[in-house]
Design a protein around this ligand. Structure first.
Ligand SMILES: Nc1ncnc2c1ncn2[C@@H]1O[C@H](COP(=O)(O)OP(=O)(O)O)[C@@H](O)[C@H]1O
Ligand SMILES: [Mg+2]
Length: 235
């Protein structure tokens, strides 16, 4: 569903990604893990068609992402960096506007319930806490039932209970066939939910872990190995 093929991304003279490749299969949760500045957000923006690669290509649903950046939004739900809402409008109004924009219909009340915002859909977003905004952003990403979800550190600002609920929502969505590319630096969350973990360092995926194997191994071994690779440095 997502194929990153030998992507290089430079900002001016700075090379952030260099010949970086990865594949996310349908129904898979692929987690990107890396230190601050490793290039996780950049890679997710490239996958969502929000950034043009310096070289290489990202294919989403078989289409080159940048060249089809509008077309692929139908298949994509994304939460990348700080979500932007119409502050004076309510959560429901924000979600309805998104549906209108996407040209689809969905049950706004139900999705608010899914992310734990039931009963507060009629509050203006300006009154929302960071965690509530994050929940609303996840609701918006899920709203049009996209086949692919791209989530950049979606647990930021969520308390452990909310993060746990959100993990369950995402795992269930993947179980129903949704493909998820997620970044997080909370290794515990990742270990719990991901099928594959890709460690990004030095501009590329240095190592991939199939979590099925790791869940069977001794607790702590995954985190030890990941930390060691992450410390391997950036370009
Ligand atoms: N628009 C930009 N212009 C210049 N440099 C950028 C830009 N966006 C990100 N960078 C740089 O690219 C590197 C990777 O950033 P980012 O993809 O945000 O990493 P991560 O999400 O892993 O923390 C960082 O060194 C960052 O400063
Ligand atoms: Mg980032």
């Amino acid at each position: 569903m997502i194929e990153v093929k030998r992507i290089t991304k430079q900002y001016g003279n700075t090379t952030v990604l260099e010949e970086c490749s990865l594949t996310v299969e349908k129904g898979e949760i692929y987690a990107l893990v890396g230190v601050n500045g490793a290039g996780k957000t950049t890679l997710q923006k490239l996958a969502a068609g929000f950034l043009e690669p310096t070289s290489g290509r990202v294919y989403v649903h078989g289409m080159p992402a940048w060249e089809n950046k509008e077309e692929i939004q139908r298949y994509l739900g994304s939460l990348i960096e700080v979500p932007v809402f119409y502050e004076h409008l309510t959560a429901e109004e924000n979600l309805n506007l998104h549906l209108e924009y996407m040209g689809v219909q969905a049950d706004v009340g139900k999705i608010l319930g899914t992310v734990g915002l039931e009963g507060i859909g009629s509050k203006p977003v300006s009154a929302f806490s960071l965690g509530m905004r994050q929940r609303l952003a996840i609701a918006r990403a899920l709203l049009h039932r996209p086949e692919i979800l791209i989530l950049d550190e979606p647990f930021n600002g969520l308390d452990p209970v909310a993060a746990d609920e959100m993990k369950r929502v995402l795992m269930k969505s993947a179980g129903d066939g949704m493909t998820i590319l997620i970044s997080s630096h909370i290794l515990g969350d990742i270990a719990q939910m991901a099928d594959t973990v890709g460690i990004i360092a030095g501009g590329k995926i240095q190592k991939e872990f199939s979590m099925k194997e790791y869940r069977e191994k001794e607790a702590g071994e995954f985190e030890r190995e990941v930390l060691q690779i992450m410390k391997g440095g950036t370009i």
